[in-house]
Design a protein. Structure first.
Length: 399
């Protein structure tokens, strides 16, 4: 597996409501000077924890107070924020502090001794109790993870052993619109480039929340569907490096707006979920999302799992396919294509074993299959580090 890089993966893109041709040309030229990213497969690569340049977060004058959020057994920042769920958090390599944007709020989180602490950066008037509520919702801290891990590890098999070593991995609860457009960017991509693309969308079309002169970062909110539909242009997105994803973003903006915009996704999220029998779940959210350009079944499940409260959704990519072949059904190796029937069959294996929070357990196992987290596992569970021929394709994939 390719060794992880710890260099800064993102550069600042000038913010503008409607970028001029000069801005677009400049962005294109800057992109061409960067080191060419590795060619990828059909989904996102996770080469390493996303980082920003070494800084001095704790020495920043005026840094807000730190407050206890939860125990480290309930939340591991690395396992949660660098496992391909979200692409809006960055870590300072010296202080080990994570900085990220949640909605219109900017937070810092860090692990200190046995606890996880947070500080609220923006808005300045927010109290720490208000900030805590935002983060508790985002990290699903209303749901204690220990009983879930106990249930998932009751069986004595390899999956249980992997899950035991990755305690603290949590599903984040994202904004549906942001999650939708983020995972449109995930096709044929790696985590560095996805992070760059999300940054470019926010810097170009989002609202500036605050500036961090020490880390040389501008923090932007992700634009609403209406803002994207009104200001985004395919030519500009292509100049910024979005390639064939550019028309998907533009078309989905308009399609989503016709359906009611952000309210349409919120309605799906808030629908009462009905299960009439074992593995007989409501997958109507897939059909609702797959009407949009650039959204297939796997991306629909990513959006469902990470933002629409479908905790039974199982996004199936190469990693999940391999886990299913190893742990559930070896005959899957003989299948030549991923039909809807086979896709559901793989998901049902996870749902049978790990319900009612199968999507969460699946995400833990997925993280344990990534090269970046092999050192978290006992040597007997680690994947071989031998490099295999890949025909110029990435070996690592992310949901």
């Amino acid at each position: 597996m390719r060794r992880a890089s710890t260099r800064l993966a993102s550069r600042r893109v000038a913010a503008a409501t409607t970028p001029t041709p000069a801005v677009a040309a400049k962005a294109k030229g800057a992109s061409s000077k960067r080191k060419k990213p590795a060619v990828t497969t059909d989904v996102a690569t996770v080469p390493t924890t996303p980082v920003v340049k070494a800084g001095v977060v704790d020495d920043l004058k005026g840094t807000p107070e730190w407050h206890r959020l939860c125990s480290r057994t309930e939340l591991s920042c690395a396992l949660t924020l660098a496992s391909g769920q979200t692409f809006t958090w960055q870590q300072d390599v010296v202080s080990q502090v994570w900085t990220g944007v949640v909605g219109n709020h900017v937070f810092r989180v860090r692990e200190r001794d046995s606890i996880v602490e947070f500080s609220s950066v923006h808005p300045p008037a927010m109290t720490h109790e208000q900030a805590r509520k935002v983060l508790e919702r985002y990290f699903r801290l209303d749901m204690e993870s220990e009983p879930l891990y106990t249930q998932w590890t009751a069986a004595d098999d390899k999956m249980a052993q992997v899950i035991k070593t990755l305690r603290g991995h949590r599903l984040v609860r994202q904004d549906p619109s942001e999650c939708l457009f983020t995972f449109i960017c995930s096709s044929n991509n790696n985590i560095q480039r996805i992070t760059q693309m999300v940054d470019k969308i926010k810097h170009t079309y989002g609202t500036l929340l605050c500036r961090d002169p020490v880390l040389d970062l501008d923090h932007y909110a992700f634009p609403t569907c209406d803002k994207l539909a009104a200001t985004a242009e395919e030519a500009t997105l292509r100049a910024l490096g979005f390639g064939y994803r550019a028309p998907f973003i533009i078309k989905t903006c308009r399609q989503l707006q016709e359906c009611g915009g952000d309210a349409f996704l919120a309605e799906i999220r808030d629908q009462k979920q009905v299960q009439s029998g074992d593995n007989d779940f409501d997958f109507s959210y897939q059909d609702a999302l797959m009407q949009f350009a650039g959204i297939g079944r796997k991306v629909a499940d990513c959006v469902g799992l990470f933002s629409l409260e479908r905790l039974y959704a199982i996004p199936v990519d190469t990693h999940v396919w391999q886990i299913a072949c190893r742990e559930f059904d070896a005959s899957l190796k003989s299948k030549k294509s991923m039909t809807p029937t086979i896709y559901k069959q793989i998901g049902d294996h996870f749902r049978t074993r790990f319900s009612p929070h199968a999507g969460w357990a699946h995400s833990v196992l997925f993280t344990g299959d990534l090269a970046a987290f092999q050192d978290h596992l006992p040597s007997t569970l680690q994947k071989s580090k031998r490099r295999k021929p890949n025909n110029n394709k990435e070996e690592e994939e992310a949901t």
